[in-house]
Design a protein. Structure first.
Length: 326
């Protein structure tokens, strides 16, 4: 009778042994809760394709932020849905516009207890649903869009955002935002760059969440799904432009990209577990096809294991609650 020299199973014999030898752990502090606020709502509005996620009113958003603090969540990422949209997305610049007001409300509710992040992008504000303004041919005009982003960024920093998330994939957006922030005296406001953001079918439910008007797609500005090397180029550009954190998005179908970026980035790496990833797991769980809690935990753990330092996930508060429990 011969014995195996090595028995990896020894380190799996008890829960305590597995806990001791775990290579990756989850903690509430590395979770970021994306949240939607819609102008003019009196009741929170459920998002059908994202069961459990709502378009918030001011009150419920403040409560969600306070709860996130209670649970030790690291940050909140705010998206606003304005009552009125136009071709230039001008509601994004109004200091009393839905997103800027939400930033102020959340900041007054939680102060510095939570990192308050906000979306710097025009798609929620334009009547055509694109992330920027269009030229005469209907092409998203990079440089004119970036000028608007710079002004949005200052408005959001004025409102009290700690960190800005430019998600539009325009060239030079991080540099323009950094410069505008600094000129306005917001030298301490940081930027989490959506550095490698892919044109993804998994954004579907988000489009419902923000009542997107988009027809067509974002393939002239978001990255092609098959491109791996290009992610490094995008990250290098954003680092050179002054990004404080770089993000990969989506997460679950792009774990190789998360790993590549984690291997080369000198700044923290975020990954965004997006709406379609949320919807898939919720739908399978609702059908009784997977164990909901185990699948959610495993999915976020996988993103962390791939190398993300922090994860944006719609389950941030619920998952933080489970982590606190155990
Ligand atoms: C653009 C933006 C999008 C998401 C976050 N920021 C939509 C898009 O690029 O089409 C998607 C997030 C998600 O799907 O959960 N402002």
């Amino acid at each position: 009778m011969s014995f195996p020299n090595q028995r990896p199973r020894r380190l799996r014999t008890t829960a305590a042994m597995r806990r001791l030898t775990a290579e990756t752990r989850l903690a509430p502090a590395e979770l970021i809760l994306p949240a939607f606020i819609r102008e003019g709502l009196t009741q929170p509005n459920p998002i059908t394709s994202m069961p459990g996620v709502v378009q918030h009113t001011t009150d419920t958003l403040k409560r969600a932020a306070a709860e996130a603090v209670e649970l030790g969540v690291g940050g909140i990422m705010l998206f606003g849905i304005p009552a009125v949209r136009d071709a230039e997305g001008s509601a994004s610049l109004d200091p009393d516009g839905v997103l800027n007001k939400a930033i102020r409300d959340v900041r007054s509710e939680v102060g510095d207890e939570l990192v308050i992040m906000s979306d710097v992008c025009l798609d929620e504000f334009t009547d055509h649903g694109h992330c920027g303004v269009l030229d005469a041919a209907g092409y998203v005009d990079n440089d004119r869009t970036v000028e608007i982003y710079a002004r949005m960024a200052v408005a959001q920093a004025d409102a009290g955002a700690h960190m800005l998330g430019p998600s539009g994939m325009m060239d030079g957006q991080v540099a323009a935002i950094r410069r505008a922030l600094d000129q306005a005296g917001h030298t301490s406001t940081s930027v989490v760059a959506y550095a490698a953001k892919y044109a993804s079918a998994f954004y579907g439910p988000f489009r419902e969440a923000v009542d997107s008007q988009l027809k067509g797609d974002r393939r002239t500005y978001q990255m092609d799904s098959g491109n791996r090397r290009e992610a490094i180029r995008e990250v290098e550009l954003d680092l050179a432009e002054g990004a404080d954190i770089v993000m990969v998005k989506p997460a679950m179908s792009y774990l190789d990209i998360v790993a590549d970026v984690a291997a080369m980035s000198p700044v923290p790496v975020a990954a965004y577990q997006i709406s379609g990833e949320y919807a898939m797991i919720e739908a399978a769980a609702a059908n009784g096809w997977i164990d909901r809690r185990a699948a959610i935990t495993e999915s976020v753990l996988g993103i962390r294991r791939a190398g993300a330092d922090m994860v944006l996930t719609y389950w941030a508060s619920e998952l933080a609650g489970w982590l606190k429990e155990s």
